[in-house]
Design a protein around this ligand. Structure first.
Ligand code: FO1
Length: 308
């Protein structure tokens, strides 16, 4: 069994690649970017995973449903209501169903399972890291805001002073996440933002402890090539957390949990320093621009882990 810890946009490519090679794949999803918008509970990373596996993700944007329309949002805009977060008309259905089920007392895991399996026939388990709301908060020179307010509403312009995960210390992780980590042969950290995508999952003490125990089975894929993030605003977040923006910086941040790391072949010069932390490195082209490249990288990882 293979488990991947994942965020959204940066993770879905390798998730698709792995799912195309191995059906026994479970995903533990970030929940730190979940938030309430116009009375609806929105879970962007979970939805990116569902839409990506269902083959309906808008691949250009990396979120939402392809060919979606924004009629309802435009009406909200005309009426002067909040419309800065672009939820499409088809995407809206997911948020309405989820919010309705939450109000009836279903847990987030149950809801995700229902939507993924019954609406989209996805066979993989998608497990929210916790069933309790935790929130990635960005402390900036313009105030303390949730990650969507920072990234989308304020276009990532304010100066980032700190990042924290509200509620995560008190909250228990999803018991299914622990069960799946314990029974996995391989645990993969997706090439996602270590602070905003993987960080909220690691902030859950029980998951962190389990990964430390399972270190031999854990492999990370670098989300950085040279000094640049493959996608998203990694640099600002890494800087605020004092993490060097390079595969070495990421390896150091993950060193308690990982025994192996896949880095880009152009970053081979970092290998010696990473190996000194007890982490074996494997070099290849880590960019995934199409389905063939997603599958190629997935196969590379499975081979490194002696899984195919
Ligand atoms: N990202 C944007 O930059 N602008 C948007 O208006 C936006 C809307 C949106 C709607 C649904 C959804 O699932 C994701 C959406 N995202 C949008 C992506 C999201 O803000 C982030 O990329 C993820 O939270 C990062 O993990």
């Amino acid at each position: 069994m293979i488990t991947i810890l994942a965020g959204g946009t940066g993770s879905i490519k390798i998730i698709r690649g792995l799912a195309s090679c191995n059906s026994n794949l479970s995903i533990i999803s970030n929940i730190g970017d979940n938030f309430w918008f116009n009375g609806l509970y929105v879970c962007p990373d979970i939805d990116t995973c569902i839409y990506g596996l269902a083959g309906i993700l808008d691949k250009n944007r990396g979120w939402g449903i392809k060919n979606d329309t924004f009629y309802y949002l435009n009406v909200l805009k005309v009426l002067g209501e909040e419309s800065w977060f672009q939820i499409g008309d088809k995407d809206l259905v997911t948020h309405i169903i989820r919010t309705k089920m939450l109000s009836k007392g279903f847990s987030l895991s149950e809801i995700v399972r229902w939507i993924a399996f019954h609406q989209y026939n996805i066979q993989n388990s998608i497990i929210p890291a916790s069933n309790v709301h935790i929130e990635t908060r960005i402390v900036t020179n313009k105030g303390d805001m949730n990650i969507q307010e920072f990234w989308v509403k304020n276009k990532a312009k304010p100066k980032v002073l700190d990042i924290y995960y509200k509620n995560s210390e008190q909250v228990k992780c999803n018991k299914d996440a622990l069960r799946i980590l314990r029974s996995s042969d391989i645990i993969i950290l997706a090439p996602a933002n270590p602070v905003s995508s993987i960080g909220p999952i690691l902030s859950l003490t029980q998951i962190k402890k389990e990964l430390i125990k399972q270190r031999d089975k854990v492999i990370a894929i670098s989300p950085i090539i040279g000094k640049k993030a493959i996608s998203g605003p990694a640099r600002k977040y890494l800087k605020a957390k004092g993490i060097e923006s390079s595969c070495y910086g990421i390896a150091k941040f993950y060193s308690q949990f990982i025994s192996k790391m896949v880095i880009d072949h152009t970053d081979a010069n970092f290998s010696n320093e990473i190996v000194k932390m007890g982490i074996s490195t494997f070099e290849t082209n880590i960019l995934m621009n199409n389905a063939k490249e997603e599958k190629r990288l997935a196969k590379f990882i499975l081979k490194v882990m002696n899984c195919c």
